[in-house]
Design a protein around this ligand. Structure first.
Ligand SMILES: *[C@@H]1O[C@H](CO)[C@@H](O)[C@H](O)[C@H]1NC(C)=O
Ligand SMILES: *[C@@H]1O[C@H](CO)[C@@H](O)[C@H](O)[C@H]1NC(C)=O
Ligand SMILES: *[C@@H]1O[C@H](CO)[C@@H](O)[C@H](O)[C@H]1NC(C)=O
Ligand SMILES: *[C@@H]1O[C@H](CO)[C@@H](O)[C@H](O)[C@H]1NC(C)=O
Ligand SMILES: *[C@@H]1O[C@H](CO)[C@@H](O)[C@H](O)[C@H]1NC(C)=O
Ligand SMILES: *[C@@H]1O[C@H](CO)[C@@H](O)[C@H](O)[C@H]1NC(C)=O
Ligand SMILES: *[C@@H]1O[C@H](CO)[C@@H](O)[C@H](O)[C@H]1NC(C)=O
Ligand SMILES: *[C@@H]1O[C@H](CO)[C@@H](O)[C@H](O)[C@H]1NC(C)=O
Length: 765
């Protein structure tokens, strides 16, 4: 056996899951296909796994109206089922538009379908997805997600929910008071960064004990379901970050305040860190992991643990780094002899200047058994680190697509990078053991996420035109069995060749924002001020044509108008087309209010600028209106659904004044008490566009028009301050009061037809 096979096989067999047999999968079938549960059978071949076969395999056979699936793991069986459902029966389950499985009538016949994964792990989630996407999810939302994951063959999901319950108990046990721990916890929409040790405490909405208990109950259900479905959850561990008051209880403890994060004041940042070299660290680790196991059972040995994610390492000395990693590792092993330490590899990219090869090597070498670590190469499609770091010097690692930051919405993908590169990496890197999705938020662009998970079952790069064709076919299929209009396939082919085939990784390296989501400014908006791209790297008029073609498809097949996937995508395309159209209006407005250029005919310039302003604001009104028709089952699809989901966790008279609503709003607007990460998590959502971005642009353009009338230049400082004051005022319930209502998607198509007529001139139809 070559060494690479040994590494892969070991990691595949080591962290066994206490799989609950086939019941979980049968329940999944019962949830989505109750009419067919007797016609679908599963056979689990346990033999292969115990022999250490590192990959999953399935075989689907259709026989006289029944579907028989055989496989070597529960997740292999789920993957086989999905292959049959999506590729043969043309029904699937989607994040936003829900499960289309129940509409399957008779089970179609199939040729035998054989599949085998090319990597043993398929991973899902980023620590911050638990705040940007799932923060306010109910159990129903989670059930849906877990079925989505199972059918797509994910066997290694991260599972952060409910962390605070166990951490709180761990601290209470060693003598901290509940208030002292609560001073440390951040609000419900910001827990991810508290868990990372980037921030502490709360500036908008406190964490309550009832939130902690309810999240804990939710986690128990999530973990039970994950294991039933054959997944190995990745659970948290004790990181070393402690409440400020820790030193009053343990005056001798070896603690340090870590670096400030993103300009937050030390009240909310500079989190206190208990050095792993202090024996208290191991004590707390053991206590934490013991409690966790008592509550959840012996369900995993893989633990996520990040201490320097966007924090400075506490020492740059090679020996210190190795010693620290060694101690952290030993603390895990002391608590669980089979422990594997999973690390989000973001730090090696984000602080690449600090994390030189020597330092990374010294750090990773601290864990002397390679198989006790698992690294997520977090941003492999754009900034892979594994080559530079010699495949993490032998530590097993996972090739991950990050794709989205902060839940920003924009049609986007790097189809070539997520098909060709992982296959190449597998051929090149001996310690690559999985493919994964590490999006900051599950924002849309579902095809890009499906693509990488599909690639995990194909040893050659996926044929993209065919994949897009089949994907569209299944997505819009209805019970009538009618062929879809060619326009649908043409649209998706155009999308493949434009928005989804970005190759300009310098300008655009992830889902782009639109400039209208950023605090208005005459400069900087096109230069990615938030380190998120805003540049449009394809010809916008090509997208306009695709949009119109897509709209026309419902003339050929009118039933599309009430097809939920078609409705969702029609909103999405309209959103992108209108968002792109904001750019030229912004340019026009600025050029007509520019005192230093061509100002000989002021009245004409003023008229032109005033007109440009009205178009900008009308465009945002139009966009906000169309977004209200989004048919979506997920809370993270409008300000209205986001805030309502948050409020459903708290019970007070008015959602607008609920502290949890303020917390939810703050994340997608100011992100911090003073706009520390302002607009980072901006979303092109109904409610937010109309009640937040629009008035902000009104203030900005009014100020420019006033200054132009007075023939003076705009006072940037006072306008900036005015905007910030306005933004802060929105936090106290104002935005929630103004966010409005959702509309009936059945009326969407006619609305878009009107938009097409009214805007075609500006869009360059
Ligand atoms: C937990 O599971 C592992 C197998 O992964 C097993 O070796 C160990 O004995 C189990 N521990 C307990 C306490 O059941
Ligand atoms: C799994 O076992 C079956 C027989 O039960 C065998 O045909 C197949 O080749 C095995 N696969 C692997 C990867 O060992
Ligand atoms: C950490 O910061 C707090 C608040 O500024 C301060 O009181 C404390 O002394 C600092 N602790 C250490 C170890 O520097
Ligand atoms: C917070 O961290 C910054 C460096 O990032 C440092 O300059 C400052 O002194 C720290 N403050 C506290 C209270 O630890
Ligand atoms: C992604 O693909 C482009 C071509 O499509 C290529 O130029 C680039 O090197 C790839 N990026 C990475 C990070 O591999
Ligand atoms: C994507 O763009 C690259 C570079 O322009 C081109 O070579 C490739 O054929 C395109 N792929 C698709 C699927 O359009
Ligand atoms: C105003 O015009 C001047 C001269 O043409 C140009 O340098 C400047 O960038 C313009 N300002 C804006 C905000 O467009
Ligand atoms: C626009 O951005 C510049 C550079 O960051 C800043 O100095 C200026 O105050 C900003 N203007 C407004 C109105 O916020």
């Amino acid at each position: 056996m070559r060494p690479l096979m040994i590494v892969r096989a070991l990691l595949a067999t080591l962290p066994l899951v206490s799989s609950g047999g086939l019941q979980g999968l049968r329940d999944l079938v019962e949830r989505h296909l109750p009419m067919h549960s007797r016609e679908i059978s599963f056979v689990l071949r346990e033999d292969n796994h115990t022999l250490g076969a590192s990959n999953d395999e399935y075989m689907v056979r259709c026989d006289a109206g029944t579907v028989n699936i055989e496989g070597n793991s529960v997740i292999a069986l789920a993957s086989g089922l999905h292959r049959y459902l999506a590729d043969v029966a043309h029904v699937d389950i989607y994040w936003f538009t829900g499960s289309q499985l129940p509409r399957l009538q008779a089970l179609p016949a199939c040729e035998p379908l054989k599949g085998s994964s090319i990597v043993s792990w398929r991973y899902h989630f980023n620590t911050v997805t638990f705040s940007y996407t799932t923060a306010f999810w109910s159990w129903e939302d989670w059930e849906h997600e877990l079925d989505w994951l199972a059918l797509r063959g994910v066997n290694l999901p991260l599972a952060w929910v409910g962390y605070e319950k166990i951490l709180l108990e761990t601290f209470l046990d060693v003598g901290l008071a509940q208030e002292q721990v609560f001073e440390y916890f951040s609000g419900p929409a910001f827990q991810a960064w508290n868990r990372f040790g980037n921030i502490q405490s709360s500036w908008a909405g406190e964490l309550t004990i009832s939130w902690i208990d309810l999240q804990f109950d939710l986690q128990k259900k999530i973990l039970k379901r994950m294991t039933e479905l054959g997944m190995t959850p990745v659970l948290p561990a004790f990181t070393g970050f402690v409440p400020r008051a820790f030193s009053t209880v343990f005056p001798e403890a070896d603690i340090v305040n870590v670096s400030r994060w993103n300009g937050f004041s030390s009240e909310f940042s500079n989190v206190t860190f208990l050095k792993p070299s202090d024996p208290l660290f191991t004590l707390l680790q053991k206590s934490f992991l013991r409690k966790q196991k008592e509550y959840y059972g012996n369900i995993t040995h893989i633990y996520t643990l990040d201490q320097f994610n966007e924090n400075d390492a506490i020492s740059g000395d090679l020996k210190d780094l190795g010693a620290l990693a060694n101690t952290v590792w030993q603390s895990l092993k002391d608590a669980d002899p089979d422990a594997v330490w999973m690390l989000q590899g973001w730090l090696f990219f984000y602080k690449a200047d600090f994390w030189t090869r020597e330092r990374v090597k010294a750090f990773l070498d601290g864990v002397t058994d390679d198989n006790d670590m698992l690294i997520l190469d977090l941003y492999s499609e754009t900034y892979p680190q594994w080559q530079k770091l010699d495949s993490y010097f032998g530590k097993p690692w996972i090739w991950c697509q990050l794709h989205d930051f902060g839940g920003n919405l924009g049609l986007y993908g790097q189809v070539m990078n997520v098909t060709i590169n992982p296959v190449e990496a597998l051929a090149t890197s001996p310690s690559l053991v999985g493919f994964g999705l590490t999006m900051e938020a599950q924002e849309g662009n579902e095809i890009m996420y499906d693509l990488l998970l599909s690639q995990a079952w194909s040893s050659t790069p996926i044929d993209l035109p065919q994949y897009f064709h089949e994907w569209a076919k299944t997505r819009y299929a209805d019970t009538s069995g009618r062929d879809l209009p060619g326009a649908i396939y043409e649209t998706w082919d155009t999308l493949l060749r434009t928005v989804y085939n970005n190759t300009d990784l310098i300008s655009t390296f992830s889902v782009p924002k639109s400039i209208f989501e950023l605090a208005p400014n005459e400069t900087g908006l096109l230069d990615s001020p938030t380190h998120i791209p805003t540049k449009i790297v394809y010809d916008p008029s090509t997208l306009v044509s695709a949009w119109r073609l897509f709209l026309d498809a419902a003339d050929t097949l009118p039933s599309l108008r009430s097809n939920v996937a078609y409705q969702f995508d029609l909103v999405d395309l309209t959103r992108q087309v209108l968002a792109n159209a904001f750019y030229p209006l912004y340019d026009t407005f600025l050029s007509h209010t520019n005192l230093t250029s061509e100002r000989f005919d002021n009245q004409a310039s003023l008229n032109a600028a005033t007109y440009a302003q009205s178009r900008m604001l009308l465009l945002l009104t139009t966009l906000d209106n169309v977004l209200r028709y989004t048919p979506s089952r997920s809370p993270e699809s409008s300000l209205i659904s986001w805030v309502n989901a948050a409020c459903s966790w708290q019970y007070s008279i008015s959602c607008a004044t609920d502290s949890i609503a303020r917390n939810a709003v703050n994340q997608v607007t100011l992100w911090g008490p003073n706009g520390e990460v302002n607009d980072y998590a901006s979303r092109q959502w109904a409610g937010l566009v109309g009640a937040y971005y629009l008035p902000r642009w009104q203030i900005f353009t009014d100020a420019y028009l006033d200054a132009f009338r007075d023939q003076v230049s705009v006072d940037q400082t006072s306008l900036g301050a005015k905007l910030l004051v306005w933004e802060k005022n929105q936090q106290e319930g104002q935005l929630v009061q103004n966010m409005g209502e959702l509309r009936n998607p059945e009326e969407l198509w006619d609305t878009v037809r009107i938009i097409e007529k009214e805007w075609c001139d500006s869009l360059g139809c």
